[in-house]
Ligand binder design. Sequence first.
Ligand code: NAD
Ligand code: ZN
Length: 378
Amino acid sequence: MKAVVYKEPYNVAVEEVDDPRIEAPTDVVVRVTTAAICGSDLHMYEGRTGAAPGMVFGHENMGIVEEVGSGVVSVRPGDRVVLPFNVACGFCKNCLAGRTGFCLTVNPDFAGGAYGYVSMGPYRGGQAEYLRVPFADFNCLKLPPGNEHEDDFALLADIFPTGYHATELAQVSPGETVCVFGAGPVGLMAAYSALLRGASRVFVVDRVPSRLALAERIGAIPVDYTEGDAAIQIREHTGGEGADKGIDAVGYQATAAEGEEQPAVVLNTLVDAVRPTGMLGVVGLYVTQDPGAPSENAQRGDLLFAMGKLFEKGLRMGTGQADVKAYNRQLRDLIIAGRARPSFVVSHRIPLQRAPEAYRKFDRREEGWTKVLLKPRL
Ligand code: NAD
Ligand code: ZN
């Protein structure tokens, strides 16, 4: 089958690889209909991790069940499913508590499991024609048959639940003001989720005009950080206090504003932008240095964080990979009921073959390249 294969930093190719097959009775194999490219893929693409050449990327996958293992009871060939990016067992302590982003069975170290992600288990990615899904009774979310809402449902694999998770970590409540750093797909989903939860005003900080325009389109207030310190701009909008809640959807991979030599640490700007006793949801990626990584950039995950400010302001902070399963059924049902349309972030629906061009453009945050869906059968 064809798949998106990592070659070297800034280079992926679409190549022929072995078809996946049922390896355990609890597996299914899915024929992929949509696989999205994520900001998280860019960490590997840019050579910031120890991703090995030949690795197949892709953790935002949906499709049709093609083949089921003998121990699978809840899905059948022909079922339409979306796969949470977390690969999880369903029976460890963390899964039982709903913390499927930290499954202890698939990855006892710390970070849970994921498809096509370095250091998150041996699971091949789904930017391909087919995907093997382990513990399939737990890791498939069934969808209505047909092809309605394909793009909305595809976003249930990661960014819609991840954006929602950010608002859960920050405990966003009706009437509150929220600032979101990053108007990438994840930040836009966090802003959208904050509005769904009844926030009164949501500020979205970025520098890419087309992304800020999307934030405005959903009813958020765009803040361009190249026009002055974002925390000061947000405090000005909130009577000097700062926003009630804050979300980091940028992570360690921040871009500097004009005139800045080094980008500011977004987390520190966020602490400045939120009012004392507020709460922060951090879903932007911060990683410890990967010993296999060739790039000095990898070290930026362990950055200088102003703990003193967090303490002085009495802020609380939640972090980590999203536990997609905790939200994706409910978010699916909002889509089915017509109350959520997350696909407003989708800018491109293109054949798998065009993945190399899409990676290049998405990585440069080129105007208009917000969220790319790869369609193996287009
Ligand atoms: P992305 O990386 O393109 O989004 C980041 C956005 O931040 C960009 O639009 C960029 O212009 C903006 N930005 C850069 N520097 C900034 C600064 N100093 N201030 C404000 N904005 C700035 O793509 P994405 O898919 O939205 O991913 C965002 C982050 O979320 C990535 O770190 C990704 O790895 C992470 N992520 C985490 C989870 C999770 O489960 N926690 C899931 C998916 C993605
Ligand atoms: Zn993702």
